[in-house]
Design a binder for this molecule. Structure first.
Ligand SMILES: [Zn+2]
Length: 207
């Protein structure tokens, strides 16, 4: 947790974007190997992001209250770059390619977006969302241990049921199984509805 916090603090994002009550560590000590690998939210299963640390994001109280997202919405993951994640968090919502974003005029297509398709992609497993195509690796030098790390981020989201479509992987994995718990044929969700997704955690992995 301390290392992930140090990495996120190094980004120098505004502290009002975060909410530590949503922090959670999925390392082997905090989430033992004997605990479930797959769990349920909103009637849909998702895979526990073992080895990642969740830095909690602020979620608008009205969004929570109106939609009851902690009980009724499913959990999904969205792999993306730091700059795209920051734009999503700053704007308070996900965006579709070609959206006009305040202050982000040059950011039209994020990593993993397919040119010509106006979709937002998510997955029930971080094994898919953290593929480097979606979630690039960044160099990070910790001032605590002076060690050089590779950092990745993935947004953990609540997603409204019945607002998305399910499809197979789109990375040409063929017979290579991406996740032991979710079949390749059901590993990608896509939606055109921006407001059906709420990011509540910045998942960080440092190796
Ligand atoms: Zn831990």
């Amino acid at each position: 947790m301390a290392l992930a916090k140090e990495f996120v603090e190094s980004l120098d994002w505004d502290s009002v974007l975060f909410d530590s009550s949503h922090d959670k560590c999925y390392c082997n000590n905090c989430y033992p190997a004997t605990w479930a690998n797959v769990t349920d939210a909103g009637g849909q299963k998702y895979v526990i992001p073992r080895g990642w640390v969740r830095i909690g994001l602020y979620v608008d109280a009205a969004t929570v209250g109106v939609n009851d997202i902690w009980n009724k919405w499913i959990v999904t993951f969205h792999g993306t770059s730091l700059v795209a994640a920051k734009s999503i968090i700053h704007n308070g919502q996900f965006w579709l390619p070609e959206d006009e974003l305040i202050g982000w005029s040059l950011l039209r297509i994020g990593p993993g977006y397919i040119s010509g398709k106006k979709h937002i992609y998510t997955s029930p497993t971080i094994a898919y969302s953290s593929l480097p195509l979606y979630s690039p690796k960044y160099d990070f030098n910790s001032l605590n241990d002076n060690f050089d790390y590779k950092a990745q981020i993935v947004l953990q989201c609540r997603q409204k049921p019945n607002t998305y479509s399910v499809q197979g992987e789109t990375i040409d994995a063929r017979t290579t199984r991406i996740c032991p718990f979710i079949p390749n044929s059901e590993i990608e969700y896509f939606t055109e509805i921006r407001g059906s997704l709420v990011a509540y955690g910045l998942l960080v992995k440092l190796i």
